[in-house]
Design a protein around this ligand. Sequence first.
Ligand code: HEC
Length: 287
Amino acid sequence: MSKMLRKGLALAALGLALIGGQAMAASEADEPRAPSGGWNFDGPFGKFDMAQLQRGYKVYREVCSACHAMDLMYFRNLGQKGGPFYDPKYPNPNDNPYVKSLAKDIQVKDIDNDTGDPVQRPATPADKFPAPFPNEPAARASNGGALPPDLSVISKAREGGPSYIYSLVGLGFNAPVPAGLTVPAGKYFNPYFVGDVSSAWHGKGPAPKGGFISMPPPLAPGKVTFDDKTPSTVQQQAKDVAAFLAWAAEPKQEERKAFGLGAMIYLFLLTVIVYFSYRRIWRNVSH
Ligand code: HEC
């Protein structure tokens, strides 16, 4: 190979690597990201961090529940095995005093047994999380026409799961609005929200990735006071609420993983036994 050709090839390879690297950097910039350190519930041995789930519940309760329902959740779920407030002393979560007191803080609708009138009363562990709005039109009317989705299984319903939720509420609203983008009134630019902003783009080059979301930035530093003294930054709040929503969407994840591991060990032992019995059975047979 001539020297020139070799040099040319090397340059081309370098160029390709650079282009590839840049393209990756551009697409990574707005891909959902896990917080630094990742999720401790990831992988086959992953487990939920109880303290994190407790903080996440607080973020949902004090911030997100003003607009988002979690219709599949009951207060008692918080105290079930694997839940944020599980206490082995109370295998029946309905007896868990902490769960009882969390429920009692929240008012739910009921009917007065004597008069039949609608009333409000403190919740018990047997109650569902109440919805912030009585119906969809009311929810839309309060949110500029947009519907805040139910968050019960949102972590499963969106690509990227908890990393998406973390990025959307913890990183996306801090991203600077690109110069040349006109954000419609009542909406917010968020690079992680799936959408198309090209009709509002007057800048150079292709329109930025992202969308206009009708959810105002929900988090702010110090907005939630964590009982365990964890510093309450926006990213911490986002990380914790995303973990809580990941648990809520699959509360039995740990049991599923433990079962899977047990099954693997069983299959492994079975393989060993089958192998040695095979050796034994065919020991004196020449082949
Ligand atoms: C003031 C009301 C309000 C609050 C508070 C609020 N949201 Fe929202 N949220 C909305 C609305 C409205 C939408 C629908 C946005 C749209 O479709 O443009 C939404 C959408 C979402 C979505 C779905 C985005 C998608 O991909 O479709 C997620 C996830 C979400 N919110 C999470 C949260 C979390 C977590 C919190 C608490 C930290 C929170 N929200 C607090 C109003 C709110």
